[in-house]
Design a protein around this ligand. Structure first.
Ligand SMILES: Cc1cc2nc3c(=O)[nH]c(=O)nc-3n(C[C@H](O)[C@H](O)[C@H](O)COP(=O)(O)O)c2cc1C
Length: 208
């Protein structure tokens, strides 16, 4: 795939504070490091002291069309560096407010792993709220910044996943990112799915 042939540029903002202890994300990210049209950006690796380079991050945002926030779910939310990134990078006048509309043609997607099962993230489950309900602050942030927030790619029950399950999720994530890059996604169907990875065959225009 040449640069010219790719349509959408994808920026993955990856945040895992203890990748050496990771079982799932460590595998998920392996194929994503060197794909044409996809920039893999490891925030904890780049900013071990949390001194985020705001201008560099804003430039990266402007150079990409689809922003992917990829992380384990921590306390029903983001690992702290992603919150720091949001606090510093989405400045007034850049991301929102007067003249702050540079993000308005872009999409935002979360890729999340959770120890909790799918069932636990229901009103009747132990976590009481759905993932989408818990993502409301991020969805509203996207709305304020005129970013289109697509349904998240969610992997539940991480402690019980077999290595085959993890390999399947890794393949699915790569397929979806490639399809996003190449405009091979049916967005009408995506918008009616609860998760981006609920049914790949329904949303991918070309199966590979
Ligand atoms: C500080 C911390 C907070 C966590 N909070 C949650 C949580 O709110 N909900 C949940 O389902 N899992 C939670 N977990 C479990 C992680 O999401 C889970 O271990 C991770 O997604 C597994 O991916 P990994 O193998 O790449 O680390 C938490 C784990 C840690 C260390």
């Amino acid at each position: 795939m040449t640069v010219e042939a790719s349509h959408q540029k994808i920026l993955i903002l990856f945040a895992h504070p203890a990748i050496h202890k990771s079982r799932v994300n460590r595998e998920l990210i392996k194929p994503l490091q060197n794909i044409e049209g996809i920039t893999f950006h490891d925030l904890y690796e780049t900013y071990p002291n949390f001194y985020i380079d705001i201008k560099k991050e804003q430039k990266l945002l402007m150079q990409h069309d689809v922003i992917v926030m990829m992380h384990p779910f921590y306390w029903y939310s983001l690992p702290s560096i992603l919150k720091e990134w949001l606090d510093l990078v989405l400045e007034h006048g850049f991301a929102y407010g007067n003249d702050g509309s540079v993000l308005n043609t872009k999409k935002l997607i979360s890729v999340i792993t959770t120890a909790g099962s799918h069932h636990s993230y229901q009103s009747t489950g132990s976590n009481r709220y759905t993932i989408l309900q818990l993502l409301a602050p991020l969805m509203q942030t996207a709305f304020l910044c005129q970013l289109e927030y697509l349904p998240p790619f969610v992997i539940h029950d991480t402690l019980h996943l077999t290595s085959e399950d993890i390999a399947k999720h890794t393949q699915d994530l790569e397929k979806i990112l490639l399809a996003l890059r190449d405009d091979n996604i049916d967005f009408a169907k995506v918008k009616s799915s609860s998760y981006l990875n609920t049914d790949l065959s329904a949303i991918l225009k070309l199966s590979s």
